[in-house]
Design a protein around this ligand. Structure first.
Ligand code: ADP
Length: 227
């Protein structure tokens, strides 16, 4: 069974089709790039997958379950299983590094014991142990992005989605983020990365799903950005 299945998905904004009857599947543990020019539909795929929006036609299955059928009560569970790292970080500036991660766990009623074991663990994984008491404004762009990844990982997601996660940071920091996503993937988490960064895509030689004007124009393993 595929972990994620998009079946004949169409998403319209008014008369405009942001996604036009697309179908694809992603297996557990894959690393996949979503590429394509601005407006191609990459973010729309992500919004539909986390059910921030619903499609106009077609169905999306997550672990075999139609995401339309998740009840209001089950939604937090879906959002935990699919962690998203956004380009604009969405960090709490008045909270330090530790708190930015621990708050994500507090809102789902994790115990203090869990928080004390999970938070240092994920901060270690992303290489932010030394910055545990720093505030977001005291971090570099790359460090802020790693903090976002730590926050998403605190819930032990099945899938980690990075939407233009390296869009706002310099090449060295981007490389670190890419290496980190590779490491997270090698530990078993599915990684979906929407990006414009050709260099990264070419270097990773992973599956590349290429979109243009709401359609899939190619889907290749070991793909390159321009092919
Ligand atoms: P990408 O992430 O590849 O840049 P998007 O998925 O954000 O592309 O957008 C696909 C298309 O849908 C774009 O033309 C965009 O303008 C349009 N679109 C996205 N969200 C909305 C919205 N809320 N209302 C109207 N149009 C939208």
């Amino acid at each position: 069974m595929s972990q994620i299945e998009f079946i004949n998905i169409t998403k319209q904004y008014g008369n405009f089709k942001a996604l036009d009857n697309i179908s694809f599947t992603i297996n557990n543990g894959e690393f996949i790039f979503l590429v394509g020019p601005s407006g191609a539909g990459k973010s729309t795929i992500i919004k539909l997958l986390i059910r921030e929006e619903l499609s106009d036609a077609g169905e999306i299955l997550f672990n075999g379950k139609n995401i339309r059928e998740f009840t209001q009560k089950e939604m937090p569970d879906l959002r935990r299983k699919i962690g998203v790292v956004f380009q604009d970080f969405k960090l709490l500036n008045s909270k330090n590094v530790f708190e930015n991660v621990s708050i994500a766990l507090e809102v789902v009623n994790s115990s203090e014991t869990e928080i004390k074991s999970i938070v240092p663990n994920v901060l270690n994984l992303v290489g932010l142990t030394d910055k545990i008491l720093s505030f977001p404004k005291q971090l570099s762009g790359g460090e802020r992005q790693r903090l976002c990844i730590a926050r998403a990982l605190a819930h032990e997601p099945d899938v980690l989605i990075a939407d233009e996660a390296t869009g706002n940071i310099d090449p060295d920091a981007s490389q670190e983020i890419l290496d980190l996503l590779g490491k997270i993937n090698s530990l078993g988490t599915t990684v979906i990365m929407a990006t414009h960064d050709e260099r990264m895509v070419d270097q990773m030689k992973k599956r590349v799903l290429r979109l243009d004007k709401g359609s899939i124009i190619s889907d290749k393993k070991g793909g390159k950005y321009r092919e």
